[in-house]
Design a protein around this ligand. Structure first.
Ligand code: WTA
Length: 635
């Protein structure tokens, strides 16, 4: 019997040792006993981080939707698979059973096929948090198409570049979306994006808000009539374990977003196994992750991980502040949520509101609280633990990334003693290493360095779509034979890990990864801007916010500064989306540069954070005089 469900600390250590000493036999046992394969693998693992090439369960055949849906039909057919909680609390929640999910996924899969989508084709999904979103992912997986979900808060430019990067043949979207008291015109955004996307043949549109939209002849169709007419069963395409399942874009510190490619077999095993243990999921628990499926957290821990375990997974369309700041607590009470997984930025925002919002709700169903996406500060941790968990529900601070596919460093609730701000111990099978800047591994405890992983795990991304060299250069070239995460971390006296934050030019704002280079590119296109540099600075709700240092061309010098600031943020909204807007914009006459003309961001970061007591060595700068001016006028 494999150790599928870990129940006490000794067992964790014992299983961890087993998983590290003999990873192949460990993962083979898990894969064999808990999943449905059409054919078993010839080889459990083949890897070489220098190429990098990583293959798990090579030769195996499966379809992930048979694991997430079909195999549950005999025992859990009438159990709720997806529980949809709409934006408006007065609209009824929708319970979609495993049997209904099967039918809806099959119908959607048949519609995709009827529109020429075949195994290996890319389908872009730009939908709000409605059931059709989860169903679209699964429908693609059913027929072997590769889904590329773009978070429906990205702008038309950002959407177009993602569609073009992977030549998507189809876009699935909706007329619009609800967001609290507002509606958003999603179809309009798609239309603008598609002016520039030659690969897209069809746009299928869900009617969510009943708005009057334009439908382009021959390209756009309403989805519902097609679903109604489609056959309700669809044979699952048999996939290789290493066939791509999806592409998901994440920001890099430079250049355009990276389309991380996840494959089928290993991803399935890893997300399912982590879900079971990190949330101590038991049959009939009701599980809620508040992330959007547009991010990796939603892919792995709203859709694939929970469904592979036959769980009931909640999809929430709304926002934490609508109709008031008690919405999360209201939903927990209403659906008797057992596991609740959210982001520190949401906790901080809610902690600022009156405690009455929490106190008037019965949260006694909760057993596990989760946190993801950014470091959780001590104050937020205690607020969460006291007011939501009532000191009764362990908090799992889960560290992982789009690239890792699943949770990597985390407590196991009721197993690992927790400490605020610590992600604690590596998950089973995960072998972290802390490295110094010279490439030496820091052994032992009480050390701080750059967080790497020494050995493959089944859920890791296999490449960047269309750019394997970039995959190697970004993740596998900083340290030999190691995956480099881009994060810093420390290991304390007892061996617990604490993530200290990004060590590159990615800034995490409200839990969203934002590369500073693409934002600078967007600003620099403004006709009045000559050059700019963006850095992050601490923010009490968002974790980090963005600070822009902007040099104006002469034409900009005479213009009204506040108007310019608005225009610059408008420019960012159009190129990337409102999530990347700058909180502060300072106009400067120059930027501190090294002799090789690189901007010294370290200094700008300190100025933006109002931490100027020790700016470090500035003698090597080309233009040290500019620092004084920047400090004097800082915002
Ligand atoms: C950060 C989200 C501290 C980290 C799953 C990482 C965290 C980036 C934590 C990945 C955590 C995520 N503590 N930092 N528990 N979880 N991060 O790709 O910097 O959207 O590299 O994946 O978020 O963000 P991504």
């Amino acid at each position: 019997m494999s150790n599928y469900h870990i129940k006490h600390l000794e067992e964790y250590f014992q299983v961890y040792r087993k998983s590290v000493r003999n990873p192949e036999s460990f993962w083979e046992e898990i894969a064999e006993e808990h999943f449905l394969w059409r054919k078993k693998w010839d080889n459990v693992l083949d890897w070489d981080f220098s190429k990098p090439e990583i293959k798990w369960f090579e030769g195996a055949k499966l379809n992930i939707t048979e694991n997430c849906i079909d195999r549950h039909l005999t025992t859990r057919g009438e159990k709720t698979a997806l529980l949809f909680e709409p934006n408006d609390p007065n609209e009824a929640a929708e319970h979609i059973t495993y049997r209904q999910l099967h039918e809806r996924v099959c119908r959607m899969a048949n519609v995709l096929k009827d529109h020429g989508i075949k195994k290996g084709d890319r389908v872009c999904i730009y939908l709000p948090m409605i059931p059709e979103l989860a169903i679209s992912l699964l429908a693609c997986a059913r027929i072997g198409a590769i889904h590329s979900v773009v978070f429906a808060g990205f702008s038309s430019n950002a959407l177009a570049s993602r569609i073009n990067d992977s030549d998507c043949k189809m876009v699935l979207t909706s007329d619009g979306s609800y967001r609290g008291s507002k509606t958003i015109d999603l179809k309009g955004i798609v239309d603008r994006a598609l002016n520039d996307c030659p690969s897209v043949e069809n746009v299928l549109v869900v009617n969510r808000i009943n708005s009057d939209i334009e439908m382009k002849e021959g390209r756009d169709k309403w989805l519902q009539p097609l679903l109604d007419a489609a056959y309700s069963d669809c044979v699952a395409e048999i996939m290789d374990a290493e066939d791509p399942l999806f592409i998901l874009y994440t920001s890099g510190s430079t250049g355009k977003p990276k389309g991380m490619v996840h494959t089928t077999g290993g991803y399935m095993v890893y997300t399912a196994y982590t879900f079971k243990n990190v949330f101590q999921y038991r049959e009939n628990d009701i599980y809620w992750c508040t992330a959007d499926i547009g991010w990796i957290t939603g892919h792995s821990y709203i859709v694939y991980g929970p469904l592979a375990n036959g769980a009931t997974t909640v999809m929430f369309e709304g926002v934490p502040s609508y109709p008031d700041f008690g919405r999360f607590w209201d939903v927990i009470e209403k659906h008797k949520i057992n596991q609740f997984y959210t982001a520190p930025t949401a906790i901080r925002a809610l902690a600022k509101q009156s405690l009455e919002f929490v106190e008037k709700h019965d949260l006694s169903s909760l057993k596990v609280l989760g946190s993801v996406g950014e470091p959780i500060n001590e104050e937020a941790w205690h607020w969460y633990n006291t007011n939501v968990g009532k000191h009764n529900s362990p908090i799992v601070d889960t560290w992982w990334q789009t690239e890792t596919g699943g949770i990597m460093i985390t407590p196991i609730p009721y197993v690992t003693p927790t400490t605020p701000t610590y992600a604690t111990l590596p998950f089973i099978g995960v072998q972290p290493a802390l490295m110094d800047e010279d490439g030496k591994e820091l052994k032992g405890n009480k050390v701080e360095g750059r967080l790497c992983i020494k050995f493959p795990w089944p859920g890791m991304a296999r490449t960047i779509w269309g750019n394997h060299d970039r995959y190697r250069d970004t993740y596998f070239s900083a340290y030999k034979d190691m995956y480099f995460s881009g994060d810093g971390a420390l290991r304390d006296a007892v061996g617990y890990y604490r993530i200290t934050g990004r060590v590159d030019d990615v800034v995490i704002v409200s839990g969203h990864n934002l590369g500073t280079a693409p934002i600078e590119d967007a600003i620099n296109e403004h006709p009045a801007v000559a050059e700019s540099a963006i850095v992050g600075f601490p923010h009490d709700v968002k974790g980090n916010a963005l600070y822009g240092f902007v040099i104006l061309k002469e034409i900009g010098e005479s213009r009204d500064r506040d108007n310019l600031r608005k225009e610059i943020n408008q420019q960012i909204t159009e190129h990337i989306g409102p999530i990347a807007k700058l909180d502060k914009i300072q106009f400067v006459s120059g930027l501190p540069k090294t002799r090789s003309a690189k901007i010294m961001r370290r200094i700008l970061r300190k100025i933006a954070s109002k931490d100027t007591s020790n700016l470090g060595d500035t003698s090597t700068l080309l233009n040290p005089e500019v620092i004084e001016e920047i400090m004097e006028n800082s915002l």
